[in-house]
Design a protein around this ligand. Sequence first.
Ligand SMILES: [Zn+2]
Length: 182
Amino acid sequence: MAIMSAVKNIMGMFDAKKCSELPHGIKKGVEKYIKEEESILVTLLNWRVVYKAPRFIDSNTYFHTWFILTDHRIIIARNSSGFKRFRDIPLSGISQIFYELDYSKPRITIASPGHEDIIEFPKQASHHCAGLEEIINEAIGNARVMLQNSPEGEFIFCGACGGSILRRSHYCSECGAKLNYT
Ligand SMILES: [Zn+2]
């Protein structure tokens, strides 16, 4: 019962055509989180995101979250009044990506070393998914070129958790620690 009413609510959101525009609070939070020269390309409310981590206990499934594509990464964020990030997937670290956007459940499967993210959109979002493959592929291509042209490399290590994170990020994408550059 709880699941069915959740599904109904999600469909209601899509009927309201509010599935492609970030709520103000989240937008402000994302803009603060990403790098200064980074820009948001696509935002789309999804139905479900399945994250498969190397350790089973780190794997997770998130319902009704925001898919946020920037020119550097894909962010999966909670759908609430403020910005709360679940996943941060650097585009230059993606090894394979599969698109199944013509189906009743449009889906993108993203493989990065050791990780897999499956992002599912509801049927109602299909028209928003048209062209998504080209936009994402172009963003990945550009991110790889940026990485090649970056003499210092695009990643640094977080001093708090040792995670590999995008250089010039304001916060660590693994542990959330604030990063300072001198
Ligand atoms: Zn960290």
